[in-house]
Design a protein around this ligand. Structure first.
Ligand SMILES: C[S@@+](CC[C@H](N)C(=O)[O-])C[C@H]1O[C@@H](n2cnc3c(N)ncnc32)[C@H](O)[C@@H]1O
Length: 226
């Protein structure tokens, strides 16, 4: 499910800086919610095909390090959209929480989970609120696909259990040169070169790659020291 051309928020809405008030964060979240609700209502981003990076990273890192089919493992899909990755994980026996700010996405994810006959813990919430309030060290696996709000990186590390793994994939600034108009265009939504690698350098980085041909994306697999 690649973002459809022209369907990515290109907004320059001012993101609340450190110390800014809660009203500004609420306004930002409401703005994101409206944009994404409109996209999902037009059936954009509706695919249930998992990103190939999830499958590769699961086979090469998650299953070998955390076990496959082990009961009691808890994954969270941050900004999980209509549930393509959450459902894939639940089908492999994981307990899965999906958080998304869009009412439409969460409603569609609920329907998709029902169709797939899996159970998901669905949370309709902005990540700004969710990760700040979330208990520390509670998830064995964090998935972040095609979402970037860089000030939340430390909170992602906070909610990961020791020994837990984060899989992160999203666009880099290269995307602008390679496929202008496809994917996000605002710097707020684009990683700089090596940004993800540096942001998660307190973890054990198992795999990192940036593509500079066809698509500009970064992919990271990192494990929190046990
Ligand atoms: C490009 S979609 C990616 C969805 C999913 N990760 C995937 O790859 O299929 C971006 C998602 O981020 C969600 N989102 C945007 N801002 C958010 C926020 N502040 N908190 C939570 N979710 C947010 C949108 O509603 C949308 O579902």
């Amino acid at each position: 499910m690649l973002p459809t051309p022209g369907y990515w928020p290109s907004s320059s809405f001012p993101l609340a800086a450190k110390g800014a008030d809660i009203i500004r964060i609420d306004s930002f979240m409401n703005h994101e919610r409206e944009i994404w609700n409109a996209m999902y209502a037009q059936e954009s981003h509706a695919s249930l095909v998992p990103d190939p990076f999830l499958i590769e990273a699961y086979e090469n890192y998650v299953a070998p390090l955390l076990g496959e089919g082990t009961s009691g493992l808890h994954a969270i899909d941050l900004a999980g959209g209509v549930g393509r990755h959450a459902i894939w994980m639940a089908q492999r026996g994981w307990q899965v929480t999906l958080v998304d700010v869009s009412d439409e996405a969460v409603a569609i994810a609920k329907r998709n989970a029902g169709d797939a006959e899996v159970s998901l813990d669905l949370r309709l919430e902005g990540l700004e609120e969710f990760v700040v309030q979330a208990e520390e060290e509670q998830f064995d696996l964090i998935l972040v696909f095609f979402f970037l709000q860089r000030e939340l990186f430390p909170a992602f590390i906070k909610i990961l259990k020791p020994g837990g793994i984060i899989l992160y994939k999203t666009y880099t600034v290269e995307q602008l040169k390679l496929r202008p108009g496809q994917g996000p265009s605002h710097p707020m939504h684009l990683l700089k070169s090596n940004e993800l690698l540096r942001a998660f350098s307190s973890l054990e980085v198992q795999y990192y790659r940036e593509t500079v041909k066809d698509r500009g994306v970064a992919e990271l697999v990192a494990r929190k020291p046990a």
